[in-house]
Design a protein around this ligand. Structure first.
Ligand code: IPM
Ligand code: MG
Length: 353
């Protein structure tokens, strides 16, 4: 099992280091991993001038899975668009054809008070957002900023083929099937033709999944319902841009972006696994970042790419135990808990593993 490890920028190296300690512990139990470090994002720009260098492309293409920390930082904000760290992320998604982005939003009972919403609204929350990741307005052509009639205009293209919609819908239906059998597809079909096609193709795909209950919601209403009554949702499926926005919103229901992992998968479940939070340059190097989202991303890797459900559960249970022992990094700290640092959080997970 070959894993490309891209620590990235900011807190990336610190949180990845803790995830690698967990991997190492599993190694002693017979799982055999080969780790290959590589550069992505700002650190790659510093070293090579490009956020997703050819060498990294080759590395991740040859690997079975990719573990990613986070990319970006204020230092790179002034660079031309093609050199920004975010471009590296979009580049790797496209290069590996990682069209299916799974973003779970789970509220651990121990963290019920960490959310800004009332505990009774969010207690027991367990949503899976399935976001299409390689299409939509993110990649559509034409795009640009140009002069028209004496002024600048900016434009992008929202576009989906039915094949792209069908394959993400299938992932979503299959995901719902393994959970509570409920799928909500989010679109804006009252205004956008592209998402009318989205709804049509999702309805067609539903014929193969009679056991899954399908509903549809307009994206503005979905944004509202996520705050009003998030527990009505089981699996949500949506396009790249709506998914970007709704998944950030859903993450905040759990109160702690530092807890949430993600998986981005291709047709064969090869994947890239990363915490959904960013590189947090303001707290980098201070041993205060929460490594749990990265450690939970590792669990998703074990589950989805390597089919090691037992090992995945072991990691997830170790994280739950740490929370029940009242150990907290500063992002999830509450009075009465014991505040610990990044490395100490890694220690605690290892101990419980
Ligand atoms: C995400 C991020 C990225 C996205 C950015 C950094 C390009 O917001 O993974 O959600 O928009 O997809
Ligand atoms: Mg985002």
């Amino acid at each position: 099992m070959k894993i490309a490890v891209l620590a990235g920028d900011g807190i990336g190296p610190e949180i990845i280091a803790q995830a690698l300690r967990v991997l190492d512990a599993l190694k002693h139990d017979g799982l055999n991993f080969e780790l290959e470090p590589g550069l992505l994002g700002g650190c790659a720009v510093d070293a090579t001038g490009e956020p997703f260098p050819e060498e990294t492309n080759k590395l991740v293409t040859d690997a079975d899975a990719v573990l990613l920390g986070a990319v970006g930082g204020p230092k790179y904000d002034a660079l031309p668009r093609a050199q920004r760290p975010e471009r590296g992320l979009l580049g790797i998604r496209k290069a590996l054809n990682l069209f299916a982005n799974l973003r779970p939003a789970i509220l651990y009972p121990e963290l019920a008070n960490a959310s800004t919403l009332k505990p009774e609204v969010v207690a027991g929350l367990d949503i899976m957002i399935v976001r299409e990741l390689t299409g939509d307005i993110y990649f559509g052509e034409p795009r640009g900023i140009e002069q028209r009639d004496g002024q600048r205009v900016g434009f992008n293209t929202m576009i989906y083929s039915e094949a792209e919609i069908r394959r993400i819908a299938q992932v979503a239906f299959n995901t719902a099937r393994k959970r509570n059998g409920k799928l909500c597809s989010v679109d804006k079909m009252n205004v956008l033709e592209c998402t009318q096609l989205w709804r049509d193709v999702v309805i067609e795909t539903a014929k193969d999944y009679p056991d899954v209950t399908l509903s549809h919601m307009l994206v503005d209403n979905a944004a509202m319902q996520l705050i009003r009554d998030p527990k009505q949702f089981d699996v949500m499926v949506t396009g790249n841009m709506f998914g970007d926005i709704l998944s950030d919103e859903a993450s905040m229901l759990t109160g702690s972006i530092g807890m949430l992992p993600s998986a981005s998968l291709d047709e064969n479940n090869k994947g890239l696994f990363e915490p959904i939070h960013g590189s947090a340059p303001d707290i980098a190097g201070k041993n205060i970042a929460n490594p749990l989202a990265t450690i939970l991303s590792l669990a998703m890797m074990l589950r989805y790419t390597f089919n090691q459900e037992d090992a995945a559960l072991r990691v997830e249970n170790a994280v739950k135990k740490v929370l029940s022992q009242n150990l907290r990094t500063s992002d999830i700290f509450e009075p009465g808990m014991q505040q610990i640092g990044t490395i100490e959080m890694g220690d605690a997970v290892l101990k419980n593993l």
